[in-house]
Write a protein that binds this ligand. Structure first.
Ligand code: HPA
Ligand code: ZN
Length: 330
């Protein structure tokens, strides 16, 4: 099925094998002997325990070519799964706080996007995320650095540790981002403390275009109504749901669809989540949430509809999806 991916963190696509290559290239020591040993160390049970492992990986990303290789490898994988278009998160603060220039990061990622489009035909754009445990001033500084690269960044988002870091903390930064023409999204991770207040703030104080995760909307009819009125699309990540709320299953996907909310399925941090890229996430959701082929088609349609692209580009993707659906008899 032709697909769009709207929720994938580039730093979360750093596969163990590539980590070893980059570590050797940059003279960085890793606390593992093999890629399999590294994978075995990827054990977490909630968002903070995931983030600790996830942030460890960044230290091998140093030169522009490292960011290029990271992004190109993801786009290659995505293209192999018939992703026609991807919007990819990156966290500049993960790198600038280690002394790596914003310029180094963005140049590597942008060159990879350009080459992947030329060589593989996959289109992509970047969404810059602010780390929510850092200060609003730090986020503003990143935003100001990004103004020189407006053409390379389509939107801004909010990720990382949600506890005590509500969206409202960044209201001024998001307001400025909107004024500068960026599209807006924010993570409201699954089962976080004060999740309903965070979803409400994202919708009202920030005025997001989308919410990343956000499944706890289901527990508050007022928030459901608000999301419907504002035409919000939720970018869900089936495997990530398992990480953050083990054993609680994938029923929210079914329920959100049945409530007429706009939902898409995505991969989040595939290299840290057992290699579940978008196709594996679709398969997981299909079996665990009882999705039909029509559900899968409608979520792919939602993703192309919610993508931050021009009407003419969207039209091309919708034609491809329609052609696929007809051939498939749906
Ligand atoms: N949630 C919050 N922050 C993140 C995530 C996530 O799923 N992935 C990478 N950073
Ligand atoms: Zn995410």
């Amino acid at each position: 099925m032709p697909k769009a991916e709207l929720h994938v963190h580039l730093e979360g696509t750093l596969e163990p094998e590539m980590k070893f290559v980059l570590a050797a290239r940059n003279g960085v020591a890793l606390p593992y002997k093999t890629a399999d040993e590294m994978r075995d160390g990827y054990v977490y049970h909630d968002l903070p325990s995931f983030l600790r492992v996830f942030y460890e990986g960044r230290k091998v990303l140093i030169e522009e070519i490292d960011f290029y290789d990271l992004c190109y490898a993801y786009l290659q994988k995505a293209a192999s799964q018939n992703v026609l278009y991807a919007e990819m998160f990156f966290d500049p603060q993960q790198h600038t706080e280690r002394g790596i220039a914003f310029d180094t990061v963005i140049r590597g990622l942008t060159r990879a996007r350009v080459d992947a489009e030329r060589n593989l035909g996959i289109r992509s754009q970047l969404i810059m995320c602010f780390l929510r445990e850092q200060s609003a001033q730090s986020a503003m500084d990143v935003l100001l650095s990004a103004l020189a690269y407006k053409a390379d960044i389509v939107g801004v988002g909010l990720d990382s540790d949600e506890k005590d870091n509500p969206p409202a903390k960044f209201a001024d930064v998001f307001r400025r981002a909107r004024q500068e023409g960026f599209r807006l999204t924010a993570h409201c991770d699954v089962d976080q403390e004060n999740t309903h207040a965070h979803i409400r703030q994202a919708l009202t104080d920030i005025g997001v275009d989308r919410i990343d995760h956000g499944v706890n909307v289901l527990e508050d009819p007022e928030l459901v109504a608000l999301a419907r009125t504002q035409g919000i699309t939720f970018t869900l990540c089936p495997f990530a749901n398992e990480v953050v709320r083990p054993g609680r299953g994938q029923e929210p996907i079914r329920q959100m669809l049945d409530m007429g909310l706009k939902v898409t399925l995505n991969s989040d941090d595939p290299a840290y989540m057992k290699g579940f890229y978008i196709s594996e996430n679709l398969q997981l959701a299909q079996s665990a949430a009882g999705l039909t082929p029509v559900d899968l088609l409608s979520m792919s349609l939602n993703a192309f509809e919610a993508a931050w692209i021009s009407p003419s580009e969207r039209e091309g993707y919708l034609i491809a999806l329609d052609r696929f659906a007809r051939a498939w008899g749906e």
